[in-house]
Design a protein. Structure first.
Lengths: 397, 182, 223
């Protein structure tokens, strides 16, 4: 049963292609059909996740605030995305008079392309990688850089000062957080000895003493790097508390101000698909990819584990959104450059020490010390400057 | 001639079309680079330049230089294009009108002459070099691992020197940024 | 009414009284980043708690669940009739005091007349424009016949700006039973007062009749 479920997606594809082959379809066409099926499935799953996330996010936020959330459309409000979709499509598509029409039109397209392209290299299960690239991690970050161009195009093409300010903030944020993101991602690649996502997942397989999974997140350096990656992922996907480029209350949604109807829906979709993609990357790099957490849980197929972990990380992102308020732009950039970047160097160094100290208990403690000391030092340094004290008034009292 | 082409297309279109995977992005690269030069609108020119960066990356990848192509995308599209765009945004139009560079007096013909002269010099040196006379080596099996081994093996000194340089630059930037205005 | 505010996590004097264990442990700790963890614990407790503790969810899901209105809730005025027949039991005598007192002048009354043109003690037209009415209850206070009272019906939205918001006599007339249902205390009080008045009147009439009878005898033969 386990074996069957594990191989079901691949077997299904092979079976379908076998049938086509028996009808005399040439080999090259089979290859193209197979590729199209894989692409369609991956995009379909992620768009389904997007639809689910758009309603689950609202429901989870509502529950945190002790409300019900959307529960009117369909059972438990699960058809809400359908209603939202119909609303988005039937809305008027406004283009400001002074807008740069071509750039304004192309921006959502450019936004969507990298969001979908990065899905190609994620290992969704055992032997289930749509494109097995040698430099998969590099591909992920290189293609992801395209979103910055899209954000700039949206901000500039709208001919609106709020859009422009939002876009400039967004680009500053994206570039700043890309560095800790890549730096922390590299530690996992370094320990696994490969830039190939499936190799990194394979390096996290197996169990110590038969029950402790060898996920990178369970080592001190991996925990630190994973946390930095997580924070960077929040910032890269423009999510709260790093959602100030869109800051509804001060920038009226930033670079999205002048977008409506289907173009806005495209941005929205790209943002969520990008969020799930980066969650998938986090899972691949630090949370053991499709590996099961305990030996007896391997009866659940690997792709289900991957999907489950991605959904869990996405849930924590919504949880964080429900908890933390928005940062100020200078605090945001200072946090990236003065805290995350040095900490990612510390994690990098710690990972190297862990590797050369033999990956045992001593290595574990050593690596803990290397990340904990700078963390505490930074913490004490920053908290001494921003100590909470009783508010003093200069003129009253 | 036509018949033969059609036959080879039907036999294996993927193989038949393979050169176009390089040629098509190369055309895009040339067109967008030309557009970047010709466009009056600075932002459009910058976006065309970005497109040419992307096309160059795709050309590298199509030629099998996966790593170089991806680094091209990461560095040029992710960082350099954005720096250019920021520079344009932070420059006022009136400053652009006033600024006169050393070369602004020579006109388009002079500019073209300089560009072609540079191209001719480069091509001359490339074809004169001994590398051009050697036959092409067979493509490497695992390019990324090979690049890594080459960097950590033969070129480790260069790597470390660049690392020190970049670290120094980063520390310098951090020191400059550390001075908070209260 | 359910209260939206739950008992505060920290007591008035700052003592952590009813705080659950994870928060108690965290509140004692202080390290860089502990504030974030404390916040996350608070939100996840609210998230999970909303599935188990029903009194957290204060939302009334309106069309299915309706609010229990307090007895003195009021929306717009209506007219009371006694008995079964709205026209016959109508208390209104068309005195037009309410029409004159109404601050936004939303009441419009035409007195009924018989064939001979004699004024009758009932209105022919009684309209209230609830798009103008401000629910001030002055009409209720000035009515000497206890015939106009405040309704509690709040589902009055309509597709039509004028027609549906102009309530005419048939729409305004509601039975005393309905009045008892929506304002039980007030209705009982009114009924008791009316009954007392009626009794007093009856007694007065009886006394008058008796008084009339007594001196009527000598008067009978007088003219």
């Amino acid at each position: 049963m386990t074996e069957f479920l594990e191989n079901a997606p691949i077997a299904l594809l092979a079976w379908f292609l076998g049938i086509l082959g028996s009808f005399g379809v040439p080999g090259w066409m089979l290859e193209i059909i197979s590729a199209l099926i894989v692409i369609g499935t991956v995009i379909g799953i992620f768009l389904g996740l997007f639809a689910l996330a758009s309603v689950m996010e609202r429901k989870i936020l509502a529950r945190v605030q002790n409300r019900f959330g959307p529960n009117r459309v369909g059972p438990f409000g699960l058809f809400q995305p359908v209603a939202d979709g119909i609303k988005m499509i039937t809305k008027e598509d406004l283009v400001p008079r002074g807008a740069d029409r071509i750039v304004h039109f192309l921006a959502p397209v450019v936004m969507m392309v990298p969001a979908l392209l990065v899905l190609a290299i994620l290992p969704y299960g055992r032997g289930m990688v749509p494109a097995e690239l040698d430099a998969g991690i590099l591909y992920f970050f290189a293609v992801g850089a395209g979103t910055e161009v899209a954000v700039f195009m949206a901000g500039w093409g709208s001919n609106n000062k709020y859009s422009m300010l939002g876009a400039m903030r967004a680009i500053a944020q994206l570039i700043s957080y890309e560095i800790p993101l890549v730096m922390s991602g590299i530690t996992a690649a370094m320990i696994a000895g490969s830039l190939m996502p499936s190799a990194i997942v394979a390096a996290q397989g197996g169990f110590i003493f038969g029950f402790i999974p060898q996920w990178f997140v369970l080592t001190p350096w991996g925990f630190t790097a994973g946390l930095i990656f997580y924070i960077g992922a929040l910032a890269e996907s423009n999510r709260s508390p790093f959602d100030l480029p869109e800051g509804e209350s001060e920038l009226v949604a930033g670079h999205l101000t002048e977008y409506s109807g289907f173009k806005y829906a495209t941005f929205f979709m790209a943002e969520y698909v990008g969020m799930f993609a980066i969650c998938g990357m986090l899972v691949t790099l630090f949370l053991g990819g499709w590996q099961a957490p305990l030996p007896f849980l391997t009866i659940i197929p690997s792709w289900a584990w991957f999907l489950g972990k991605v959904c869990f990380v996405a849930f924590t992102m919504i949880w964080v959104r429900a908890t933390l308020p928005r940062l100020r732009i200078d605090h945001l950039l200072a946090f990236a450059w003065k805290f995350l970047l040095p900490m990612s160097f510390a994690a990098f160094f710690s990972a190297a020490c862990w590797h050369f100290a033999g990956r045992g208990l001593v290595a574990w403690l050593l690596s803990l010390a290397i990340v904990a000391i700078p963390y505490l030092a930074f913490g004490i340094h920053f908290s001494s400057r921003f100590a909470i004290s009783r508010r003093t008034y200069r003129f009253s009292e | 001639m036509m018949h033969a082409a059609l036959e080879s297309f039907c036999a294996d279109p993927v193989k038949f079309l393979a050169p176009w995977f390089v040629l098509l992005p190369a055309f895009v690269l040339l067109l967008s680079a030309a557009a970047a030069v010709v466009m009056r609108n600075l932002i459009h020119a910058a976006l065309c330049l970005t497109l040419s960066f992307i096309a160059l990356g795709v050309v590298f990848i199509a030629l099998g230089a996966e790593f170089v192509g991806l680094v091209q995308l990461l560095v040029y599209v992710g960082a350099v294009a954005m720096v250019i765009v920021f520079a344009i945004l932070l420059t006022r139009p009136e400053q652009l009108e006033k600024s006169r560079s050393v070369f602004s007096g020579i006109g388009p013909a002079g500019g073209a002459a300089i560009a072609f002269g540079l191209l001719a010099t480069l091509l001359g040196f490339i074809f004169a070099s001994p590398l051009a006379k050697k036959p092409l080596p067979a493509p490497a099996v695992a390019p990324v691992a090979n690049i890594g081994e080459a960097l950590m093996g033969n070129h480790v000194v260069a790597l470390i020197v660049i690392g020190v340089l970049l670290t120094a630059a980063l520390v310098g930037a951090a020191v400059i940024a550390m001075e908070d205005q209260p | 009414m359910k209260s939206g505010m739950r008992k505060a996590e920290t007591g008035e004097d700052g003592v952590l009284a009813h705080v659950p264990l994870p928060q108690k442990i965290l509140s004692g700790l202080s390290f860089p980043g502990s504030g974030l963890l404390k916040g996350l614990v608070v939100t996840i407790r609210n998230f999970a708690g909303s599935y188990f503790e029903k009194d957290r969810l204060t939302t009334e899901q309106y069309p299915e669940e309706r609010p229990v209105l307090p007895e003195n809730a009021r929306s717009f005025p209506f007219l009371i009739y006694d008995g079964e027949d709205p026209e016959a039991g109508m208390r209104c005598v068309s005195c037009k005091i309410c029409e004159k007192e109404c601050p936004p002048q939303c009441i419009y009354i035409i007195q009924d007349r018989d064939e001979a043109g004699k004024a009758l003690k009932r209105p022919r037209v009684f309209d209230i424009d609830i798009s103008v009415c401000m629910s001030c209850q002055i009409c209720v206070e000035v009515c000497p016949f206890d015939s106009i009272r405040m309704d509690q019906d709040y589902e009055l939205s309509s597709y039509d700006r004028f027609g549906s918001l102009m309530l005419d006599k048939p729409k305004l007339l509601k039975s005393n039973t309905y009045y008892h249902r929506i304002h039980p205390t007030e209705a009982a009080e009114t009924d008791a007062r009316l009954e007392a008045d009626r009794k007093k009147k009856e007694a007065a009439a009886a006394a008058k009749a008796a008084a009339k009878k007594e001196p009527a005898k000598p008067a009978e033969g007088a003219p």
